[in-house]
Design a protein around this ligand. Structure first.
Ligand code: AMP
Ligand code: GLY
Length: 429
């Protein structure tokens, strides 16, 4: 089959890489892709935010399956537009993508489905925000209601900063901001493939959203990830499926808005049990790079079965033993003002480290054909190994070989898990 992957990040490069290794896939094309994807597959220009353009391209290249990466494409209706042309598409409809596109809608679904999440209040004025902040108390959590590329959330001890963030969201036109209860405890990302009815989990992963070591600085799209989670209780995935994914997918179907694609369950494991922090309507970046690094069975049958409503007939995914760690290399100034256009070198040396592969995100070719940075997150350096420590050491050794002026990466990805993080309570009871 011919598969079109829509998007241009490290997530899409990982999807392309997995599909290229899949014996059931004859051709992989990507749009718009990046310089690394272009070295592996055909890339085509595309404005991913334009659903008609996505559908036109899928039809033009006679794709058998379209896999949509970015949320903006899904929220705008790329999957609807592709399906309207009679082409199978892995990704939810615009209506179903509101699970990510509107925090208020996600809260409504969770409430109807009895899914545990943080208590929250949706506010339309600063006066309401102040009232909600005072009713929950610090630390304060304030979220833009709509899509904000992982940067719409502020978690702070400062009431002044919390109010300033709400003011900024309302000033730039968001009709609503959500104020919610602070959730303590480690976070887990579980990607659940669904055809609207049947659900299949992938491996649980953890990502690192803050820009700096020790979880300091602003939130980013994600600075690194690892999977699976050596510290997690054995029944974690089963509990998330039972308490979160299955009821959510069932409620979406019941309310006439079936979710076909991947439900990204972002959870906090708190002393009071599992709580949903967020739902996303697509694979998480940088986590999926680690999950796919351990996928042993072919990817396309799973995505194709989900796209065609036949997931119950598909074999569940099989996994390699061991661990994967992704360390993101970001440009100078990321996430506030990323510097672009700087040369990137050392990739051949980095890729030669045992168990390592390098995926591209914000890279392009300058007019002279040199590899240069073109975005905030530039590369995902993925290390695999028999232990989490091996996987991390390999990734870190490779990261040190990459040369980009002023670039940044975190040095503590998976560090706590390696040094023996344990949970002092059972979140899955
Ligand atoms: P979101 O855009 O909802 O995914 O939030 C981004 C990040 O902000 C999450 O991954 C958490 O690290 C943090 N966050 C969001 N909501 C909460 C909460 N209620 N309590 C604590 N941290 C949160
Ligand atoms: N890993 C965070 C995200 O994809 O939103």
């Amino acid at each position: 089959m011919k598969v079109l992957v829509v998007g241009s990040g490290g997530r899409e490069h990982a999807l392309v890489r997995s599909l290229l290794r899949d014996p059931g896939v004859r051709t992989v094309a990507a749009a718009p892709g990046n310089a690394g994807i272009a070295a592996d597959a055909e890339v085509l220009p595309l404005d991913v935010s334009d659903p008609g353009a996505v559908a036109d391209l899928a039809q033009h290249i006679a794709a058998d399956l379209v896999v949509v990466g970015p949320e903006v494409a899904l929220v705008n209706g790329a999957a609807d537009a592709v399906r309207a042309r009679g082409i199978a598409c892995f990704g939810p409809s615009a209506d179903a993508a509101r699970l990510e596109g509107s925090k208020t809608y996600a809260k409504q679904i969770m409430e109807a489905a009895g899914v545990p999440t943080a208590d929250s209040q949706t506010c339309e004025t600063l006066a309401e925000v102040e009232g909600s902040l005072d009713s929950f108390g610090p630390p304060y959590v304030v979220k833009d209601d709509g899509l904000a590329a992982g940067k719409g959330v502020v978690v702070t001890q400062s009431r002044t900063d919390a109010i300033a963030h709400a003011e900024e969201c309302l000033a730039k036109g968001s009709p609503q901001v959500v104020v919610e209860e602070f959730l303590d405890g480690p976070e887990v990302s579980l990607f659940v493939i669904s055809d609207g009815t049947t659900c299949r989990p992938l491996l649980p992963a953890q990502d690192f959203k803050r820009v700096g070591d020790g979880d300091v600085g602003p939130n980013t799209g994600g600075m690194g990830a690892y999977c699976p989670l050596p510290w997690a209780p054995d029944d974690l995935v089963a509990a998330i499926m039972r308490d979160v994914a299955e009821p959510t997918i069932a409620e979406m179907a019941r309310s006439g808005n079936p979710f076909e694609g991947v439900l990204y369950c972002g959870l906090a494991l708190t002393s009071r049990g599992l709580r949903v922090v967020e739902f996303n309507c697509r694979f998480g970046d940088p986590e999926i790079q680690t999950v796919l690094a351990l996928l042993d069975s072919p990817l396309s049958p799973l995505l194709d079965a989900a796209a065609r409503g036949r997931l119950a007939e598909a074999d569940p995914p099989r996994w390699r033993s061991g661990f994967a760690v992704n360390v993101v290399i970001a440009s100078q100034g990321y996430p506030d003002r990323p510097v672009v256009g700087d040369p990137v070198s050392g990739l051949a040396e980095a890729s030669a480290v045992e168990g390592v592969h390098v995926l591209h995100a914000g890279t392009s070719r300058d007019p002279g054909g040199e590899l240069v940075t073109s975005g905030g997150r530039v590369l995902s350096v993925v290390g695999t190994g028999p232990s989490l420590a091996d996987a991390r050491d390999r990734a870190m050794r490779a990261v040190e070989l990459v040369r980009i002026r002023g670039c940044q990466h975190r040095t503590d990805i998976a560090a706590d898990a390696i040094s023996g993080l344990t949970l002092p309570f059972r979140p899955t009871a």
